[in-house]
Design a protein around this ligand. Sequence first.
Ligand code: GLU
Length: 210
Amino acid sequence: MCGIFGVHTHHKAVSTIIQGWKALEYRGYDSSGLAVLQKADIVTRRAEGKIENLEVLLEQQPISGVIGIGHTRWATHGTPTTDNAHPHRFKDVVVVHNGIIENHHILKQQLIERGHHFTSQTDSEVIPHMIQQYLDLGYSQTDAIAATLEQLEGSYAVGILIRQTPNTIYAARNASPLAIGESEDGLLLASDALALSSFTQKVYYPDENQ
Ligand code: GLU
């Protein structure tokens, strides 16, 4: 179990994610991390342990943006280290994941045989690698994400940023919870509607495989 949170509003993404997380921390405290779209790139900050550790890091190395995704981790695959903290990135694709990819061993092996190098022990890291692989083959972003998710066995709720598309958070779920909130300022997503309650009461629950 872990908590994902995403924000696409006119407000500062980092402080909004941290505010939302406070209601999600029960879902995991092995590490936390976030990514925001900043100008032409995506920047990430990750820290082992409680959210307070990430807040200290953000004071030392501040980032800002209006679109971002964040994750508090409850480790299922890989120790609770910074390297295993989400978001996981490969080239232009950044992903937060709640769930378990049961067939990650075989997917990882296939990618390693194609020359991919992994920096974490998590099951989740295959997701950005697979999406990027399809993008490199010329798939559209939505097709690359769909082609990846179709191959995943297990459970997932994901938030995805792609560097070339600065105004979009992609989100999807299968057997993991996900709530989308619509406020006057924009859209939010979270593993638990509780985390959206201080922003909006207008909450929508995506269907399985949506
Ligand atoms: N399986 C992923 C990991 O270990 C996500 C964990 C979770 O959903 O709590 O990083």
